[in-house]
Design a protein around this ligand. Structure first.
Ligand code: ZN
Length: 556
């Protein structure tokens, strides 16, 4: 029985991977070193109005940005994708002087903005948006059709940036505190958006405007809409924090019958994440899911779901489990630079695998984790070509995609990131590890209670190093340095001399690596400390077996 379930797990993990895609296209740029003219201001809100014309496959609209001045300036820069034409730039009252240079809009103010001054820009634009070549990995618009032949419009642009949809400061370090979307679509399409649906306005021209508002900080790439003749499944969930929140699932009419079982699964995932990480972070908004023509994306409170209701043998929808978990690792806790993308994907991939332990126990967890590194027809294992967490600012594709041409996904921020956390769990022990994981989500118990946006924060890899060191009371620099800051894996060299097994770590650039390792002797497991990267253990009888559980990430 156990063997069968592990086999099933292995099989599924080999197939169900969001990472490791041969895509053949490079995304456009998002993130990277922040320009001075963008560092001078801090975005407070985006108000995005869009008119969507499925016939012409075009959009027109106006985006109003408000920001606070951080450094005195009379010029700022926003990003907007090249296919769009700008018709007007103003401060809401008077026109502003502007100039477009490639994908950037330079905007000048008549008077220098002083620190703390409000900046307001209103930009009207129109055009035929970029069609996503390989959504959701390489993004843009999708002008799809439902099985019944209706328009089904979707947008996914994480790796390319929200400038594919509206003018914005295209950098992960600046999340607006609030965002509004006013999406006008032809009837009977229904447009979803972030946060809560405030109202719907029927227009005389056979269109309707859906007014959505998110009142928690949100990443630019989550400020997107989807449109179809959706039906709405509504439910509620009582959080561990005590409050009851709405669950809304916008589903195609053709899929409606399948919605109930997905909703039931969704509630299991909520309970799972709340158990390990704390209360669902957006209780003041909603749990939102929307059926999309692409596989999926973690759009906050408006999770894109496109896995077509395919369940694993144990009933899990791996895609929804994954995307929904990003409400914690990406939306609650957001990397301030794409160099730390692994805090989204590696942490979430770890949660995906931990779910196996949650459902089936530790053997299933070990099997699923091992499967991440095992090279099969469908799984390339780890590439080890670029650091999981490089130190320099990066544009998204430099981390998500693989060197040198960035045409295929690299995948290491997913599976290798998860495996690094797995090895950290072994090193510091379950108690410290799960406390650190939870504190990375919510640094304090107080923050777990907040729902007004102050619970969210921007993070980097060193934040997690600090938390893990505090919780374990161990020095972990060496662990982070070897596994995250450079790409190569350590190698464990074992030699038997008489009745002694000698172990030693061979590391890239001779990096210090006092990583202990389990050794099984005559069926008994003992932990061998590896001070200075070396250790030994004596034995009698059969030869010892090293790290039978696969705890420690290393050259296989
Ligand atoms: Zn993900």
């Amino acid at each position: 029985m156990k063997q069968i379930s592990i086999f099933v797990v292995l099989l599924l993990f080999a197939i169900n991977s969001f990472a490791q895609r041969e895509l053949g296209v490079r995304p456009t740029e998002t993130g990277g070193p922040l320009m001075f003219e963008q560092a001078v201001y801090d975005v407070q809100s985006y108000d995005v109005s869009l008119n969507v014309d499925p016939k012409a496959k075009s959009i027109s609209g106006t985006t109003v940005m408000t920001a606070r001045t951080d450094i005195p300036t009379n010029v700022i820069v926003l990003d907007l994708d090249l296919p769009y034409t700008i018709s007007k730039v103003s401060d809401g009252v008077s026109d502003l002087k502007y100039e477009r240079k490639e994908g950037k809009i330079w905007i000048w103010f008549p008077l220098t903005k002083q620190v703390g001054d409000e900046i307001k820009t209103s930009i009207s634009y129109s055009g035929v948006p970029r069609v996503a070549p390989k959504p959701p990995w390489i993004g843009g618009f999708m002008w799809a059709k439902t099985p019944g032949g209706a328009d089904w419009i979707s947008v996914a642009l994480q790796n390319d940036g929200a400038d594919l949809l509206f003018p914005c400061k295209d950098h992960p370090s600046d999340k607006p505190a609030t965002a509004s979307m006013h999406t006008t679509v032809p009837d009977p399409l229904i447009a979803t958006g972030p946060g809560k649906l405030e109202n719907v306005k029927k227009n005389p021209d056979g269109t309707s405007t859906y007014n959505w508002r998110m009142t928690n900080p949100i990443s630019n790439y989550s400020i997107v809409f989807n449109a179809a003749p959706y039906k709405l499944i509504e439910d509620t969930y009582k959080s561990v924090a005590g409050d009851t929140m709405p669950i809304e699932f916008y589903i195609l009419p053709e899929s409606f019958e399948k919605g109930a079982s997905l909703m039931a699964e969704q509630k299991k995932y909520l309970a799972y994440y709340e158990k390990y990480l704390g209360p669902f972070p957006f209780r003041s908004q909603r749990v939102g899911i929307v059926e999309t023509p692409h596989l999926g994306m973690e759009h906050s409170t408006n999770i894109a779901y496109g896995n077509k209701y395919q369940y694993d043998a144990d009933g899990t929808d791996w895609l929804l489990l994954h995307e929904f978990g990003h409400e914690y690792w990406a939306n609650l806790v957001t990397a301030s630079d794409w160099r730390d993308f692994w805090i989204h994907e590696g942490f979430q991939s770890y949660m995906d695998t931990l779910y196996q332990e949650h459902l089936h126990g530790k053997d299933a967890y070990f099997a699923a984790m091992k499967a991440r590194q095992t090279v099969t027809k469908n799984n390339k294992g780890f590439k080890n070509k670029q650091p999981v967490a490089p130190r320099e600012p990066k544009i998204a594709y430099q981390v998500y995609m693989s060197e040198p041409d960035y045409l295929d996904s690299d995948g290491d921020i997913y599976g290798k990131g998860a495996y690094i956390l797995h090895s950290l769990r072994y090193l510091i022990g379950d108690d410290a590890f799960f406390r650190a994981l939870r504190r990375m989500a919510y640094p304090t118990k107080e923050m777990e209670k907040l729902t007004d946006g102050r619970q969210t924060r921007l993070v980097n890899t060193d934040d997690f190093l600090t938390i893990a060191e505090q919780e374990s009371k161990m020095d972990l620099d060496w662990f982070f340095e070897l596994y995250l800051r450079q790409p190569k894996l350590p190698k464990l060299v074992t030699e038997t001399a008489g009745d002694t097994l000698n172990l030693r770590w061979e590391t890239p650039n001779n990096l210090p690596f006092p990583m202990p390792v389990d050794v099984e002797i005559n069926g008994k497991t003992q932990r061998v400390e590896m001070k200075d990267g070396k250790g030994s253990v004596s034995f009698t009888g059969t030869a010892p077996v090293v790290d039978t559980k696969g705890w420690v990430l290393r050259v296989q």
